[in-house]
Structure formats: C-alpha cells, structure tokens
Ligand binder design. Structure first.
Ligand code: BG6
Length: 466
C-alpha cells in the first residue's frame, strides 16, 4: 500500500510550540496578541494568559523533542519558521542572525537522525508590525517583504531542506483574515473585494516563492497548503448539490491557481456576482504561472452543505462549519470524524490535478489523562489510535485507488497550543507535555500509548493498520 519512500512523520508550527516569544531578537507576531485563538478578543500587548508566549518551550527543548520523534522512526518533520524570528518587523532588509541560527540548528538536529525537514514558510504568524502598519496582506508591499524573507531562508538552508510549503491553509484568508493574512481590520469591516485582494497578494507571493525556490534550490519540491474540508450535499436536492459545488470552489479556487497557474474560469461569474475586481499589476499573471510541485492539505473532518442551512442543526468544525451529518460521530470539540472523507478528498484532488499529494495535518484533539502504569506515566489514548488508524486505512485505500501520496504528517505530534481556541487541554500528540491551561506544569514530556503504536505503524510501513 504505502511505498518504501513514504514520508511518515508529524507536524508542528512555530507559534504553537516554540514559546521564547521575544528571545534572541525575535519580533512580535500576530499570535502574540491572540490569547484566545480565533474565538475571543485580541490583546493590545502580549499578556501572560497567552499560552503561546511559552508554548511547550520547543525553542529550548527541540533536541529532546526531535530525539523522541526519531525514536518513533519519523522520516519527516513538518515545522514552520516564524518570520518574525528572521525579520523581527517583517519589512527590514537585513535578517536577524540568531533567528537563522535557531532554525539551522533544528534542521541539523533533524538531519542527524535522517529526518527530512518540511518547512512551512508562513503558518499563521505574520509579524505584528506588518499587521499594524500595513494591515497585513491587504497591502501589496508584503509581497516583496515575503520574497526577501524567502530568499534569505532559501539561500541559508539550500542543500539541507528539500521540501517547502508556502502559506499554511491559504484558503483561511477568506474566513479568518487576521490569522490567515495578518489583517487587523475586523472581518465585519472588510468587503469581499478586500478579502480576495489580500488572497491575490498571498497567491502572487506564493508563486514567487515557488519560482525563487526552484532557482536557488533546483532539487527543491514546493507545495501549496490548503485547509481540506469535504462538502457533502445534505440531501439529493439539486439545490444542495449546487451549493456543495460552490463551497468546494471556495477551496479549489486556491488549488486551481497554485496548480494551473491562472485564475479559474468560474471566477468570472463569481467576481461579477460579488462585485469584485482584482487589482493586478503587470507581471502578476506571469508570476502565477510558477506552479507548485505538489499539493498539501490538512484534513480533520467533513461537513454537509445545504442551500438553506437554517433548516438543519449546525455543526462545528475546523475554521469552517456546516450542517451536521447524521451519520458521523464527533470529537469533544464537535468536529465530525470522517475517515472516508480523507479517501474522498485525496481522489478529488488527484482526479482534478494529477499532482502528488501530501497529507500534512490530521489528528484528534482530545482531553488526555496522564496515569501511572507499572511505574511509568502514560496516557492511554486508544481513542486517538482509533482515529488515526481509521484515517490511515482510508489513506491506504486512496493509494490503492491510484492516488500518488508522498507522505503523512500527523498534526501536533507533540502536544501544543491549539490554534482555534488557544488551549493546551486540546491535545493531539503522541507525546504528552505537562503544561495546563492555567500555565502551570513542569513541561516534562511523557510518551502516550499512541507513541508506541505510531512507532509500529512506521516500522511496519503501515502493515499493522487494521
Ligand atoms: C489547522 C492549523 O487548521 O488545524 C493548525 O493549521 C491547527 O495550526 C490545527 O492547530 C488544529 O486546530 P486546533 O484549533 O485544534 O489547534
């Protein structure tokens, strides 16, 4: 099922695990003033309640953590570079050497164990200065700041890092403009024009990053990264089917441009209906033709769509929500669990593009309990093993269907701060971190039952999946 080069591993993001939010010259990022994730108010300044300021202290513990990942047999580690460690404000010309050194050490530590680094260039952590002064990606000038940042990290890490992702869940810009694009103007004051214009800037920046990466590192493979959600029509009513097609396009708009290198034909009508006219500059169309080498995505859940969603019970979900599917169970946070949706979305992407796929996020956020068994502290997380097993079985089926899948990185392979709710009690890891929502805890790491299970999955190349 899984070929011998299949990249098994885990994924983390700088702002959710590193902490050290001001250390070694780092500037502030938007996350430092988002103590409540996307669900509450932002703060004027970083406040102690913001768990991300300390995270799980990966900044100081990365050696210990990467050793644990190596112990599980990871072939790949997905992590992000905090732009504000390299360019504290974002618009400087000269980088912060200490920031560059930190990621170089993380990369070297991975390579020491034969773990391939897979680096996200922007994972919900736009430098705060760019948000305050430019209103984030609404301003076209961010393209050149981002290009400069990319050039610096590509030149520094060439020869060491082969796999790169541009923007984490780039489609989130339309739903969560602060997190996805560093836009401080509240969403209710933004028009569709503003949102799609910001998306255009990110798309151009993403294509420029692909171009630069290929020039500087001819062997590099660069992927786009989208929030992958499957939309099922709630009923066979053709109205619901058309709604489902439209919701799919909210996502496919981003992959279409990344893979085909141009705006899709349906945007003509869409933009006309929404009164949108994208301001393009000379050369933008040509830049967009720098297409990605692969498509990466997160997958946690599916949702149902209906023309009239008010007729049904609403569901909750990862940054987007729809109508509850009566056939599915849900997580403690109300995300509906649908392993077959992973097989479906893999086939959907592959049928449409015939590009290799990389599942770079998938996992179960759950409340874990640390217990003692035979003198060892452990979490008996059979629920997580079940979730991951079932998704991997479906991923295997997608591969049998003929889909080309490069790898799989389970989200939050070590417990970290949640992006949407900024909690620590929503845990995804194979490794438990002793830190609580009130900020207490020793930061000690403990292996969960799933740690041993995933180690076996990797060792057997998926043969032990049931
Ligand atoms: C994805 C993000 O949307 O989902 C991650 O890329 C995030 O940053 C993950 O952590 C899980 O979501 P949450 O809200 O449970 O942390």
């Amino acid at each position: 099922m899984f070929n011998n080069n299949f990249l098994w591993g885990g994924a983390i993001a700088a702002n959710q695990c590193e902490g050290a939010y001001l250390e070694d010259g780092k500037g502030l990022s938007i996350q430092d003033i988002m103590p409540n994730g996307i669900v509450g108010a932002i703060s004027e300044e970083p406040i102690e309640d913001n768990l991300k300021l300390v995270g799980i202290d990966f900044y100081h513990k990365y050696k210990e953590d990467i050793k644990l990942f190596a112990d599980m047999g990871f072939k790949v580690l997905r992590f992000s570079i905090a732009w504000s460690r390299i360019f504290p404000k974002g618009d400087e010309l000269e980088p912060n050497e200490k920031g560059l050194e930190f990621y170089e050490n993380v990369i070297d530590e991975c390579l020491k164990y034969g773990i391939e680094p897979l680096i996200t260039l922007s994972h919900y952590e736009t430098p705060l200065h760019l948000a305050k002064v430019y209103d984030g990606w609404r301003d076209r000038r961010l393209i050149e700041f981002f290009e400069n940042y990319c050039r610096v990290v590509f030149e520094r890490y060439r020869g060491k890092v082969k796999y790169w992702l541009t923007f984490n869940e780039i489609n989130s810009v339309l739903h969560f403009p602060l997190m996805g694009a560093g836009i401080l103007t509240p969403k209710d004051k933004l028009t569709k024009q503003d949102l799609y214009q910001a998306a255009h800037h990110e798309l151009v920046a993403s294509a420029l990053a692909v171009k630069l990466a290929h020039e500087i590192m001819p062997n590099a493979k660069v992927g786009c990264m989208v929030l992958g959600v499957v939309n099922y029509p709630m009923t066979p009513n053709p109205d619901d089917m058309i709604t489902s097609m439209e919701r799919d396009r909210d996502l496919m708009f981003f992959t279409d441009i990344h893979v085909r290198g141009k705006y899709p034909s349906y945007t003509k009508k869409l933009f006309k209906d929404l009164g949108i006219s994208i301001k393009m500059e000379d050369g933008d169309e040509e830049i967009l033709r720098n297409t990605v080498d692969f498509i990466s995505f997160s997958y946690y859940m599916s949702k149902c769509t209906a023309k009239d969603i008010n007729k049904y019970e609403k569901g909750r979900g990862n940054l987007t929500s729809g109508v509850k599917n009566p056939y599915l169970k849900e997580s403690e946070w109300g995300w509906q669990i649908d392993p077959q949706g992973l097989r479906y979305i893999c086939n959907y992407f592959y049928d449409r593009y015939q590009k290799p796929l990389f599942v770079v996020e998938n996992g179960l956020g759950a409340m874990d309990k640390l217990v003692e068994v035979n003198g060892e502290k452990i979490v008996l997380d059979d629920y997580r093993i079940e979730y991951l097993n079932d998704h991997l079985v479906e991923l295997g089926k997608a591969i049998e269907d003929g889909v080309e899948v490069m790898g799989y990185t389970s989200w939050g392979c070590i417990d970290l701060v949640s992006a949407s709710t900024a909690e620590l009690k929503k845990r995804y890891g194979f490794i438990y971190v002793d830190r609580n929502d009130d900020g207490t805890g020793s930061l000690e790491r403990y292996k969960k039952k799933s740690f041993y299970w995933y180690k076996e999955v990797i060792k057997s190349n998926g043969e032990n999946l049931k």
